[in-house]
Design a protein. Structure first.
Length: 83
């Protein structure tokens, strides 16, 4: 319940309004898929969840030493044209 009342910002309010608008549009047009999608967006805004931001989807970072050793093992051949 604390999540619903805390940390409201402009983008969270916009997500909630967008979700409610899509729910209303989907309901008036009889499009269930749009109404469900709007419900998911509104639920994400209410619960303050989503993917993204500084720690939303971290990607493991390989060390610089590993990438340098892989590049040093490249061998080259000289190609001579016969023309």
């Amino acid at each position: 319940m604390r999540t619903l009342a805390n940390n409201w910002n402009l983008f969270r309010v916009l997500r909630l309004l967008l979700g409610i608008g899509v729910i209303i549009k989907g309901a008036t047009d009889g499009e269930v898929v749009f109404a469900v999608a709007g419900g998911l967006v509104a639920l994400m805004a209410l619960a303050n969840i989503g993917c993204g931001g500084s720690s939303g989807c971290p990607v493991p970072i390989s060390s610089q030493k590993e990438t340098c050793t892989k590049q040093n093992n490249i061998t080259y051949e000289e190609v001579v044209s016969t023309e």
